[in-house]
Design a protein around this ligand. Structure first.
Ligand code: MLT
Length: 412
């Protein structure tokens, strides 16, 4: 008799965003005329930059004759894209990252989960609370946790609360952990990390032989020039960090799919026999075996992000969403609602008014003003009492959603 991976049975409800989707669909079916505005999942709404579209169209044309046709590409991504990323995203910031250390993929979500393939099962794993749920759920699926408790915490994970009191940046744990997930600018709180804070993490990781998984999917939204965009801006990070990046949010590729992961060749972890093993080599082996790369057409589209015109167009997209974030912050603050984030990130982290639980606020917003956000509790126990509002939408929808919320939920 075939058996299942029992670890999946430990997972609580469905994955957060499909769960929200189900509730919204049920509401929409019962209320077909409700003018629902979705500020829940961080999915982009504005069209792909013209530079990317032009490059993709040209790539399609190339594929139309034998000379230009491409079959399987390199599993790690085409060299011309990796070179551009290395030059523009890293070397331009004085980060020592070589093109060969960049692995192109179809998404950071997948990479954050897949990276566990190359790590052992006995690592102690730390996540922040609240946290992007993929980090937790993929560890549950891989059997790295115990059962879930009443607070929604899995046994075996080390939770590092990020709260208003610590400015939404996790304190360095007193105990030793082997794998640490950090996300800055942060999803869901929109908080950022200073160089000093990241240096503390790198020092900790180097002292304990830990690996930091640094999710920088939202780095393009940083407006404060003092903030680091990459963990490799921090001294010593090449010896202890893997970085995840994406074209989803900066260039609108959520549907087009292109991302990349940086695994420095200097990074090692221990084998059972105590020897040091290069993680680059393992990730390269994993990708070559389980992945056939991102399509040539999409990679050409991603490459266009680095052209002068592409840079200007993606900057305009980012500025557009950040203006939405500013409107959300300003309107909610004026209505007496406490907000965080939204200054260097496309997410605004809202203290729920009237002491409502985050799912109660979700239901109230959906039912009374037909606005969808994401309940903080969906990101972890410490997210209770908070609510995430995404700035990814049209100006019209954001303005209208803020009008409805502020008129109905003003705090005296
Ligand atoms: C989110 O809303 O948190 C993001 O869209 C999730 C993701 O990028 O996978």
């Amino acid at each position: 008799m075939a058996t299942v991976n029992d670890n999946y049975l430990k997972l609580k409800a469905g994955y957060l965003f499909p769960e929200i989707g189900r509730r919204v669909t049920a509401f929409a079916e019962a209320n077909p005329d409700a003018p629902i505005i979705r500020l829940g999942i961080g999915d982009v709404t504005e069209p792909l930059p013209e530079a990317c579209r032009t490059a993709m169209i040209q790539a399609v044309e190339e594929m139309g004759d034998r000379a230009g046709f491409k079959g399987y590409g390199p599993e790690q991504g085409y060299g011309w894209l990796r070179e551009k990323i290395a030059a523009h995203d890293f070397q331009a910031r004085d980060c020592e990252v070589d093109a060969s250390e960049i692995f192109i993929s179809d998404g950071s979500k997948c990479d954050c989960g897949n990276i566990l393939d190359i790590f052992g099962d006995s690592n102690t794993i730390a996540v922040t609370d609240p946290v992007y749920p993929v980090y937790v759920d993929t560890n549950v699926m891989a059997g790295h946790t115990g059962e879930i408790n009443d607070r929604g915490e899995y046994g075996g994970l080390v939770y590092l609360p990020i709260t208003a009191e610590n400015n939404f940046t996790a304190e360095i744990p007193s105990q030793k952990v082997d794998l640490i997930y950090l996300c800055f600018p942060n999803n869901p709180t929109g908080a950022t990390a200073t160089r000093e804070h990241l240096q503390d993490w790198v020092n900790y990781a180097k002292m304990h032989g830990s690996i930091i998984f640094f999710d920088a999917a939202y780095e393009a939204f940083i407006t404060d020039p003092a903030l680091p965009h990459s963990i490799y801006e921090i001294e010593g990070a090449r010896d202890c960090a893997i970085e995840f990046r994406s074209f989803s949010k900066n260039a609108g590729f959520t549907g087009t799919r292109c991302a990349f992961t940086v695994v420095p060749k200097t990074l090692t972890a221990k084998a059972k026999d105590g020897s040091d093993v290069q993680l680059w080599q393992l990730w390269n082996r994993r990708q070559s075996t389980k992945f056939n790369g991102v399509s040539y057409i999409v990679q050409r589209g991603a490459e266009a992000v680095y052209s002068e015109v592409g840079k200007a167009q993606t900057k305009a997209l980012i500025d557009f969403y950040m203006e939405n974030a500013r409107i959300i912050r300003e309107q909610l603050t004026a209505a007496g609602i406490q907000v965080y984030g939204g200054e260097n990130a496309p997410y605004v982290w809202v203290k729920t008014p009237y002491g409502l639980s985050s799912w109660d606020f979700f239901d109230k917003l959906l039912q009374t003003v037909n606005v969808v956000g994401t309940p903080g509790a969906g990101f972890g126990a410490a997210g209770e009492g908070y609510f995430r509002i995404s700035a990814f939408n049209s100006r019209e929808n954001v303005t209208e959603a803020m009008r409805r919320i502020t008129e109905n939920f003003k705090v005296a």
